[in-house]
Design a protein around this ligand. Sequence first.
Ligand SMILES: [Zn+2]
Length: 172
Amino acid sequence: MSIFGNSIFGNKAAGVGGAGESTAQEGAAQEGTVQKSDAQWREELTPEEYHVLRQAGTERPYTGEYWDTHTEGVYQCRACGAELFTSNEKFDSHCGWPSFWAPLAEGNVRYIHDRTLGMERIEVRCASCDSHLGHVFEGEGYGTPTDQRYCINSVSLRLVAKDAEPEGTPQS
Ligand SMILES: [Zn+2]
């Protein structure tokens, strides 16, 4: 608990008493972030994207778009476009999902204790829109700078290749 500064269950129900439809959703609302109704997400996302991003599903390993991608660029949140990871921190974990040893910046993602499936895991979500991205594992011996593996669903990400980036940062 203490390592997770932001309370998972501290969400206040926003817009209480709003006329018309009041969709009681669990744990979705975070102030100051991208907020959309469940119906909006369903409309904007493909069924697969919706299942992973909004229902914390997991794509099958080795089926995603980016598990074996080495293209240089920035990985954005598929749901809201927030920049989450870059190719600089991507590494070959051979686990079947895109793996990163760090996010683009702390604060771009948030962490939630996940005890489903009888396992103690740390779920990784987009800090902007609260969509599910994947899980982070530690101490697996991959020999990366952090020894962490952000195991992220391809369908949660959208790669913006470096060449296509309008504001490219000069690199070597
Ligand atoms: Zn997002």
